[in-house]
Design a binder for this molecule. Structure first.
Ligand SMILES: C[S@@+](CC[C@H](N)C(=O)[O-])C[C@H]1O[C@@H](n2cnc3c(N)ncnc32)[C@H](O)[C@@H]1O
Length: 338
């Protein structure tokens, strides 16, 4: 297959990834890091697949993923959920996908992650802003799957800074005691290891209004890919699950964000994408620029932060929100948007 674009470590192919993967030998890939088209009820403009047909559409990819992945390799799938059209309930398709990959193809669920995008808008407006019967959907599921229960991995590669409360404990000392749960918290927890082990909730805002990718796309009059993930997401999993020189594949390459992260981390990589226009933009990511970024830390408020004990509850809508509220009747209390 002829490459659309090459770097020292990577290749971009303008192709159907099923065709590309069939050219690979068995057990030749260390990490498949990808975000497939999501299953949607309403179609977007980059070839989303109908949620009902999603599993059938995915099966040939699953077969290839299992064939080409090494025994100690990982398959990481970032996938967003979908609302069922016309009603305030969610499709189960992305859970069904994970279960199918386990039951039919023998993948192990090494761990489920949730990517929280703090900048996500409160949609669908009808359920969240107008009828106020659902909350903002701000996480994508990230299924970390593996061929054996022992994929190579180390959380030491993805440590995060200590929280302020942990810094306080380290400074002021911690008295080892038995927790109410019965856990014996030994004084090992008061040792300063430099950083802490992250949870499986990954906080990354998907905002890049002045990134070099967007600037270059604008200059070249190329439409940016409409469903990109932030480069920190593939970077996280590439760091944790692969070594320098390993081979990383993104079979749904889009604008080659995975390629950018892999190139930066000195892994070999391939991105395959069906739409040429996305690749025209994707190749503008290279050669990569190492940026000095100031990264924000997000705080998630405790849910009770606004519950002041005053009993001013309005009754819940007895019809479950079936009837649209009359806008004029809504008071200021119900107008907050996010
Ligand atoms: C969710 S997007 C990936 C976006 C990418 N992670 C990024 O950040 O730019 C999924 C992509 O898969 C591509 N795609 C769908 N089927 C494909 C196939 N069979 N082979 C290659 N690419 C495919 C779509 O055109 C779409 O660009």
């Amino acid at each position: 297959m002829k490459a659309f674009y090459k770097t020292r470590l990577g290749r971009i192919y303008h192709a159907d990834s099923l065709d590309y993967m069939r050219t690979l030998s068995i057990e030749s890939v260390n990490l498949i890091m990808t975000s497939p088209p999501f299953g949607l009820v309403r179609k977007k403009d980059y070839g989303n697949v109908d949620a009902h047909k999603y599993l059938d559409w995915f099966r040939p990819f699953a077969e290839q993923f299992h064939r080409i992945l090494r025994e100690d390799g990982s398959l990481v799938i970032d996938i967003g959920g979908a609302w069922i059209s016309g009603q305030p309930t969610r499709s189960l398709y992305h859970y069904e996908l994970m279960i199918m990959l386990g039951r039919e193809y023998g993948f192990h669920l090494a761990q489920e992650f949730f990517w929280w995008n703090p900048s996500k808008l409160p949609t669908p407006a009808e359920w969240v802003n107008i009828r106020r019967i659902r909350v903002k959907d701000a996480v994508n599921c990230v299924w970390w799957l593996s061929k054996t229960p022992w994929p190579k991995a180390s959380n030491r590669r993805v440590l995060i800074p200590y929280s302020d409360s942990m810094k306080g404990l380290l400074k002021n000392g911690y008295r080892a005691k038995l927790r109410p749960s019965g856990h014996d918290i030994s004084d090992k927890f008061s040792k300063d290891n430099g950083a802490s082990i992250p949870p499986n909730l990954i906080a990354i805002a998907n905002t890049e209004s002045n990134s070099s990718y967007l600037t270059k796309c604008k200059e070249a009059e190329i439409k940016p890919h409409p469903a990109r993930f932030p480069v920190d997401l593939p970077e996280y999993f590439i760091r944790m699950l692969s070594d320098k020189g390993d081979f990383i594949l993104d079979p749904f390459g889009g604008s080659c964000v995975t390629g950018e992260a892999a190139e930066k981390l000195k892994r070999k990589w391939v991105c395959v994408e069906l739409e040429k226009e996305y690749l025209e933009g994707g190749k503008l990511r290279f050669p990569i620029r190492q940026l000095d970024r100031k990264l924000p830390t997000y705080k998630l408020s405790h849910p009770g932060a606004l519950w002041n004990g005053v009993d001013d509850e309005e009754p819940l809508p007895s019809d479950g929100g079936r009837k649209r509220p009359n806008k004029k009747k809504q008071g200021s209390k119900t107008n907050a948007s996010s």
